[in-house]
Design a protein around this ligand. Structure first.
Ligand SMILES: Cc1cc2nc3c(=O)[nH]c(=O)nc-3n(C[C@H](O)[C@H](O)[C@H](O)COP(=O)(O)OP(=O)(O)OC[C@H]3O[C@@H](n4cnc5c(N)ncnc54)[C@H](O)[C@@H]3O)c2cc1C
Length: 393
């Protein structure tokens, strides 16, 4: 027996979608329909081969979602809730594609939109919104993940150019991106961001292989060996690590929504399976312990979604703090992981087969748990906020 992913309104248990505007409904439906028709039917093959589905790029471009909340420059200027819904719906389809989009539309475009000069925005954002140009974001290094503020890549000024030397790790999309936002330390010891274009001499990207999670996004090791960029490629308003955090905070809001998408996908698949799978002469959905599990999964999804809706309202009002976004992402990544693990259990042995989709979501959730702030680091950010004591710098 095989089951297909279903589009069930059953996960909106408290009718939160009643709160959506027409525009937000439209965004939700467009992305959901793309995932159901174009993404889910083909993604397992890509996941198995550890390849990126380039064939989907024009279709994602046609959805008119890249740049989400950015105003002007051909970007959709959607609401924070709509941006969250994009993440939720994409993740209901596939984690790797969600990460591809979060890197391109989230951190790469947001870096340019919030830290770039007018010329930089005019040049890059319109083609990135159309997805004719793809972006990447290089902050993490082999020796600096959670402590990215201590990164060692250096940028020194030489006449009208900057010369960048260093190494980056995990950088999504960078093997094919037209532009990568590289964070480096300047001679004044402060961090700044630089736009490094595809094909710049000294820039070498090697695709990381052997990932057991998020296999459809291409992560890369980057080497920057005497990379020269014109001085005007320095993002004009990047003046320290705080600016990188400013770019990452809205993404953290989106990752909280992304976790919901994985949970929703897994719950829908498990519920369908439980109704169809017969053991001891009855559908397993008729057993009390299976029902208890499904009820708790739905309770978690409902709590996660409620948190997300409120977080988006706060973001729209300009009241979302780093600690709030961190709390939501920390909570949702943990709960979603448990929901997806329970779904895998409900599918029994079939739960580990790719064709049933749940195993892919379970594997992909491993990375969601870690990127955009690990569970522990996010707890420390919230802990600092509530106690006033800094435990890390
Ligand atoms: C699929 C994927 C895609 C990614 N894409 C990008 C990208 O496009 N661009 C980019 O720049 N980066 C990217 N990253 C990197 C990501 O941001 C880092 O993995 C993340 O910041 C964690 O860093 P780390 O993996 O080096 O773990 P580490 O920081 O080495 O953490 C290891 C462990 O130590 C714990 N720890 C660390 N500090 C403390 C502390 N003070 N107290 C207690 N425990 C602590 C952590 O919680 C964790 O459990 C990606 C990562 C993944 C997995």
């Amino acid at each position: 027996m095989t089951i297909e992913a279903v589009s069930s309104p059953g996960t909106d248990y408290f009718f939160l979608d009643d709160l959506l505007t027409e525009e937000e409904r439209d965004v939700r439906d467009r992305v959901r329909s793309f995932c159901d028709k174009d993404l889910i039917p083909i993604i397992n093959d890509y996941w198995e081969r550890e390849e990126f589905p380039f064939e989907l790029l024009p279709k994602i471009g046609a959805l008119n979602i890249a740049g989400t909340t950015i105003e002007g420059y051909g970007c959709p200027k959607m609401s924070a809730t709509a941006a969250g819904l994009v993440s939720r719906e994409l993740a209901r389809g596939d984690g790797g594609l969600t990460t591809f989009f979060a890197v391109h539309s989230g951190v790469a475009m947001t870096s340019i939109a919030t830290l770039g000069s007018e010329e930089q925005k005019e040049r890059w954002l319109p083609p990135m919104a159309r997805m004719e140009k793809i972006g990447a974001f290089g902050l993490t290094e082999p020796q600096h993940g959670s402590d990215a503020g201590l990164l060692e890549t250096m940028a020194r000024r030489e006449g009208d150019e900057y010369v960048i030397d260093g190494e980056k790790r995990w950088i999504g999309n960078a093997s094919f991106a037209d532009v990568t936002v590289i964070w480096a330390r300047e001679e004044n010891d402060k961090l700044a961001a630089f736009l490094v274009e595809k094909g710049t001499p000294g820039l070498e990207a090697t695709v990381m292989t052997g990932k057991a999670s998020q296999r459809t996004v291409l992560n890369t090791d980057l080497k920057l060996d005497g990379v020269r960029v014109p001085a005007e490629n320095r993002l004009a308003n990047s003046r320290g690590f705080g600016d990188a955090v400013q770019v990452l905070t809205p993404t953290r809001h989106n990752v909280a929504w992304e976790a919901v998408g994985h949970a929703v996908a897994a719950y829908e698949l498990a519920l369908t399976y439980a109704k169809e799978r017969v053991q001891f002469g009855k559908p397993i959905a008729s057993f009390q312990l299976i029902q208890g599990k499904l009820a708790r999964m739905l309770a978690d999804i409902t709590a996660m979604q409620t948190l997300c809706f409120r977080l988006s309202q706060l973001r729209a009002e300009g009241r979302m703090t780093i600690a709030m976004a961190s709390l939501a992402k920390m909570h949702n990544a943990k709960r979603a992981y448990q929901v997806v693990a329970d779904a895998r259990d409900i599918l029994g042995g079939n739960g580990i087969l790719l064709e049933y989709h749940v195993a892919r979501h379970l594997a992909d959730m491993q990375a969601v748990y870690t990127y955009d702030g690990t569970d522990t680091v996010l707890a420390l950010i919230v802990g600092r906020d509530i106690t006033g004591h800094q435990t890390f710098s």
